[in-house]
Design a binder for this molecule. Structure first.
Ligand code: KG4
Ligand code: ZN
Length: 366
């Protein structure tokens, strides 16, 4: 007699920053449903995430988002093996909403709770997709996690073990995109707009010199680049064009590329393209050196900045010592499928969190 084991479905919940997300993943490799409620419209007008507003929005969204994910997956609580929730790092008020809701579901449904590190989640976004395609990722893998809060290089070893090899000493890459976007009147978040406009400028027009780093050669620094863009900006009178972009943004929350181009002169497009090229070169140069150093069998690039089309194109043609994996854009930014996938790996190893698990704003992966 063969015993057919029930597929293990994990409900993932993610609320670490400004996205309320829930997803159901089966056996760590099949995405059954993923729902993300973005708070961009709430925070956009303030030019960044307002923590108090984020917690309030999570409270509003968490019940409908989880219900929708379960419905789309065609799943009842009896079909779940566990609930996985992000326990850190992130905004503590935001984390608390998702984690507390996950704990109450576990208590009511008598299911185990799995705590997941958000950064590990970003790494699992790539592993989930690769498994879905039947293309397993080799270990050790080098994971470049590039988002609004992180620019970190980790060696990912089999058995959920990680080693931190390099990180930003100041701004995260996404933060640099957002600050430059704000300076140039491109709204918040700046990353997607800079990405859209960069192909219209000359990426070699402005030479930004990056500071030489003392100490760990695999560390990043983006604040000097941001200051260089600020100096370039201050040396010109750009008030009128920035005001024109802000006026346009006030009228349409999602301007089309033609709308941006109509209020963005060539010189500004050149600085946008040059800034993006510099960030991409910095990221790929260190990732390639690091992959070589640890003899990585795969490079995983994940986090919001991994959506950048220039970065994806450059990685496809760069001389990298191993294959590179980018998750689909929808799985690169914050989502709960990645939390459910990482949660499955921990569940499979028998890990269970107790209901006293705390939200930790600075939770480290390694
Ligand atoms: O992973 P994520 O959704 O949230 C964090 O954990 O931070 O990343 C958001 C960040 C923002 O800084 C945003 O500007 C950046 O990712 N981002 C991009 C692009 N899409 C999002 N940066 C560059 N190019 C993009 N296409
Ligand atoms: Zn993230």
């Amino acid at each position: 007699m063969t015993i057919v084991s029930k597929p293990a479905r994990i409900l993932g919940i993610e609320t670490s920053c400004d996205e309320t997300a829930a997803a159901v993943v089966e056996n760590g490799s099949a995405l059954l449903a993923s729902v993300v409620a973005s708070q961009l419209d709430t925070h956009g007008k303030y030019g960044g995430v307002v923590p108090e507003l984020a917690s309030r929005e999570h409270l509003r969204a968490i019940v409908p988002v989880v219900r929708e994910a379960m419905e789309r997956a065609g799943c009842g609580y009896q079909d779940l093996a566990a609930v996985a929730a992000t326990s850190g790092p992130g905004l503590v008020g935001s984390l608390l909403v998702g984690l507390t809701f996950a704990k109450s579901l576990c208590f009511a449904w008598k299911l185990p709770l799995i705590g997941v590190n958000h950064i590990e989640g970003h790494i699992y976004a790539a592993l989930l997709e690769a498994r879905q395609r039947g293309e397993p990722v080799g270990f050790p893998a080098l994971a470049l996690v590039v988002s609004g809060g992180h620019t970190h290089l980790f060696e990912a070893l089999e058995g959920l073990r990680y080693r931190l090899l390099g990180k930003t000493r100041d701004d995260a890459a996404g933060e640099a995109f957002d600050k430059v976007g704000k300076l140039l009147g491109l709204g918040y978040p700046g990353g997607p707009v800079i990405d859209e406009l960069a192909p219209y400028g000359n990426p070699r027009a402005v030479k930004f010199t990056m500071a030489k780093m003392k100490g760990n050669a695999l560390d990043f620094s983006f604040s000097g680049l941001k200051t260089a863009v600020l100096r370039w900006f201050e040396s010109r009178d750009m008030t009128a064009e920035v005001e024109a972009r802000k006026r346009m943004l006030a009228g349409t929350s999602r301007p089309a590329v033609e709308d941006w181009l109509a209020v963005t002169p060539r010189a500004t497009l050149d600085v946008i393209a040059s800034f993006q090229r510099t960030v991409i070169e910095e990221l790929l140069r260190r990732a390639a050196a690091c992959a070589e150093q640890i003899q990585a069998r795969a490079l995983i690039v994940s986090g919001g900045v991994a959506c950048n089309t220039g970065l994806r194109a450059a990685a496809a043609t760069a001389e990298l010592p191993c294959p590179v994996f980018f998750p689909d854009p929808g799985l690169s930014t914050d989502n709960a499928a990645m939390i459910a996938a990482a949660g499955f790996a921990r569940w499979e190893r028998g890990e269970r969190a107790d209901l006293g698990l705390k939200a930790q704003a600075n939770l480290a992966l390694a």
